[in-house]
Design a protein. Structure first.
Length: 145
């Protein structure tokens, strides 16, 4: 979420609340009132099933981000869209990128972004960055921006 929060920080009318996986009473009261709820899941069919079909997490305006996405897996974005009836415009992915994961773990994600923009030789990094930008634009569209 480092990338998205930095991206949305430029737009002062957007407020982001990161709830992680907490199911506190206050969090559960705030989420249904949100203009948009962004759900982050792993590329795991059972995990997605529990989110989409679970009674606790029914929100009217929801956007799904699949993290550590690997296109060749049988749980692909088109299958997720079809099986769970999530419109493709409400679905984005963050490609699997071990370099970024390590940078984020160390608190150096911003430095990684700057390096990724500069070095155009790393196709995996460029694809990763492009998908994050596409996801951020899709979230703005889901907000009606």
């Amino acid at each position: 979420m480092d990338f998205f929060s930095a991206f949305f920080r430029q737009r002062q009318e957007i407020q982001c609340l990161f709830c992680d996986s907490r199911q506190e009473e206050r969090t559960l009261q705030l989420l249904p009132r949100a203009d948009l709820t962004v759900v982050i899941c792993r590329q795991n069919y059972q995990e997605l099933c529990s989110w989409v079909t679970g009674e606790l997490y029914r929100f009217t305006n929801c956007f799904y981000i699949i993290i550590d996405y690997i296109p060749e897996k049988d749980c692909s974005l088109p299958r997720i869209s079809r099986d769970f009836r999530i419109p493709p415009s409400r679905l984005a992915c963050i490609p699997y990128n071990p370099e970024y994961r390590e940078a984020a773990r160390r608190g150096n994600s911003l430095r990684y972004w700057r390096a990724c923009k500069k070095r155009c030789v790393c196709t995996a990094g460029i694809y990763f960055y492009r998908e994050l930008q596409r996801g951020a634009r899709a979230i703005l569209q889901a907000l009606g921006e």
